[in-house]
Design a binder for this molecule. Sequence first.
Ligand code: GAP
Length: 508
Amino acid sequence: MTNNEDKLKKIISHAKEYGFVFQSSEIYDGLSAVYDYAQNGVELKRNIREQWWKAMVQMNENIVGIDSAIFMHPTIWKASGHVDAFNDPMIDNKDSKKRYRADVLVEEYLAKIEAKIDKEVEKAKGRFGESFDEEQFLNTNARVLEYKEKMSAISKRLFGSLEKNDLADVKSLIEELEIACPISGSKNWTEVKQFNLMFATQIGSTAEGASEIYLRPETAQGIFVNYLNVQKTGRMKIPFGIAQTGKAFRNEIVARQFIFRMREFEQMEMQFFVRPGEEMKWYEYWKAERMKWHLSLGMEAKNYRFHDHEKLAHYANAAADIEFNFPMGFKELEGIHSRTDFDLKAHEEYTGKKLRYFDPELNESYVPYVVETSIGLDRMFLAVMSTAYNEEKLEDGSERVVLNLPPALAPYKVAVLPLMKKDGLPEKAREIMADLQEDFMCQYEEKDAIGKRYRRQDAIGTPFCITIDHESLTDNSVTIRYRDSMKQERIAVADLKQLIVGKLKQKM
Ligand code: GAP
């Protein structure tokens, strides 16, 4: 693969060609930053969601799930701070008329400096060979230190100005760094302005009777406002968690990079309610647990890192991202936030209702503190796809595109393929298919040569192909072909299910 941008383009076109992700409203020329999941994509997405649900709800006795509505009382968003503070600083280029997030322009500038550091490391690796000590080099090389110092000064100034809402200084920074519009190439910028990301709509049938409500920008508030209902009806004892998956909506200014940043997307969130003062312990616990989950799926550790936040959201006293090495570089995949008692206290204030927990061990009531884990399902989908997508050169000189998906995530687990369309092979294959279908997502295919059918299954990531031939009719055995190794073995039909169940538990 030539470069990362190229890889993203290949994933986008593969996702379209093989029925994973389509641009929304494509026949109307599309709707920007909105996507539809197709027949294979919907299965992959469902499997990722189920793995998350299993790890969070099924495997933890003290975590339960809910499914709250997208529409909520509008005052909730006032209390949560989203009406006043869920803003992005935006800036327009006067020549191209393109709108950018001011902080993203500066962050892209910082990424360029980081790329220069990487280049220095690569050069030094070549010079020093085996004896190269990367850590020592990063801590002592004069040029690297200069780059690092520059990066630190720029981020300090950016975050400082954003914190103080000093938007004029953010503009000055962009000008001083001589950042140009990638489209017009000009440095002719407007002032920086705050832009609220929530979508508003009307509830009620007449203009006079209607009132403005928002499409939820996070699923978390549905959990907060139901916290006491769940605690009481579920007789939950602190520490306990409430999980939910569902759609969230943000009017993103910078909407590109495929399903990485969408205007309608899906979150998988869990709020963990703890004793005040114990939140940092649980924050560390959930950071470690969530990273374990990613690795348990067979994702590679080298593609992950933590990024501790310098600039905290309005509700947090500590926050970290789990970043993934997407084709566009390391970017946020999941957030772990220590949200203090900010949300519950705010809902108490706005409703006048007590949201306290009586702790029988301490014999006192308090507003619990909250540690949140929040991952974008679509981003996880992209992380999985970009790890799984591989172009392979085979021994016979041919090439294949294969999705090396963890078997548990693959849209279809098994393809059932009669070698020929005659001699009773399709009937036998149908019989096997009907039995396997009870337990696994299966696909039946009898068209085209067997090699071509294998390639189609490789491209959608089906881990097992079962071929039915003439021998199958006499000895009730089939050939199973493994996607990754392409190895084949003969197996009795009676043993198929057990073998597949065992393999589905294996990692990528
Ligand atoms: N409740 C906390 C919260 O919403 P966030 O960091 O704004 O925190 C959490 O979002 C996760 O949701 C992100 O880590 C990301 O995976 C996903 N996400 C956020 N905005 C997104 C967007 N526009 N498109 C796709 N995923 C998004």
